[in-house]
Design a protein around this ligand. Structure first.
Ligand code: NAD
Length: 260
């Protein structure tokens, strides 16, 4: 389905981003990978994807908190592949603290990486999509884009903002062959969540497994993690013909979290 198309997934060196990049490549898309990590490990991922899926994969180390680096990454993708057709805004970080204790620099970083980076990628990429009359923009938001939790003021603000941005872009591109949607996962067991579980276990003296179950049952009626691959499969669906009229939506994949 995506053969000959090019996808850029921000923050695709681990977790949901990597699973989504792999799902898009499995469907035939060439890839621009992005994110932080060990150089040799990233090269192994990149070369592995090329070999496994017979697509072209490149890597940009652009920092999603730096608008100039983001613009350069989009231009480099268009130059390398001739187009940027599928844009997945996925890079994200978390910081947990009550608002009065929330470090200002952590607020700035979470807003920059989880929210402003999506503005900057779309701002630059949408012109090419409009010119080619086809584009898919997928913003990885969160259940926290729809409901709140304590101690996550920056994350919840950023994700609610991202859901709002998704709607504006959907309206502005409605007759351009472009769709823009958000995916709102509940708990997915990745590095970002593992750190929260480990911190809880350290603070409570309970086991990691006990804290895993506690974390899930506080929020999700379904006591199991969503798999990163399932988020990737939903992204691929949103790129397909069957999803051509789905735009401005916020798709929950959250074990019932926001149904409550
Ligand atoms: P992760 O920590 O495994 O991956 C985050 C990715 O973002 C990594 O590739 C990392 O290198 C990259 N990244 C971080 N800062 C960056 C920067 N400044 N520039 C470029 N890349 C940067 O986390 P994950 O759980 O896979 O999260 C991916 C997205 O999914 C995030 O937006 C997160 O908010 C969202 N999400 C995660 C969950 C969950 O339960 N894990 C739930 C809902 C939403």
């Amino acid at each position: 389905m995506l053969k000959g198309k090019t996808a850029l997934v921000t923050g695709s060196t681990s977790g949901i981003g990597l699973a989504t990049a792999r799902a898009l490549a499995a469907d035939g898309a060439n890839l621009m990978l992005n994110g932080f990590g060990d150089k040799a490990e990233i090269e192994k991922i990149r070369a592995g994807i090329e070999k496994e899926f017979a697509v072209k994969a490149r890597y940009s180390p652009a920092d999603m908190s730096k608008p100039a680096e983001i613009a350069a990454m989009i231009h480099a993708t268009e130059q390398e592949f001739g187009a940027l057709d599928v844009l997945v805004n996925n890079a994200g970080i978390q910081h947990v603290a009550n608002i009065e204790d929330f470090p200002v620099e952590k607020w700035d970083a979470v807003i920059a990486i989880n929210l402003s980076s999506a503005f900057h990628t779309i701002h630059v990429a949408v012109a090419g999509m409009k010119a080619r009359k086809w584009g898919r923009i997928i913003n990885i938001a969160s259940a926290h884009g729809l409901v709140a939790s304590t101690q996550k003021v920056a994350y919840v603000s950023a994700k609610h903002g991202l859901v709002g941005m998704t709607k504006v872009v959907a309206l502005e591109t409605a007759n351009s062959g472009i769709t823009c949607n958000a995916i709102c996962p509940g708990w997915v067991l990745t590095a970002l969540v593992q750190k929260q579980i480990d911190d809880r276990a350290k603070a409570s003296g309970k086991t990691v497994r006990e804290e895993e179950i506690a974390l899930l049952s506080e929020k999700q009626p379904m006591h199991q993690f969503t798999r990163p691959e399932s988020v990737g499969a939903l992204a691929v669906f949103l790129c397909g013909d069957a999803a051509a009229s789905i735009t401005g939506a916020a798709y929950s994949i959250d074990g019932g979290w926001v149904a409550q």
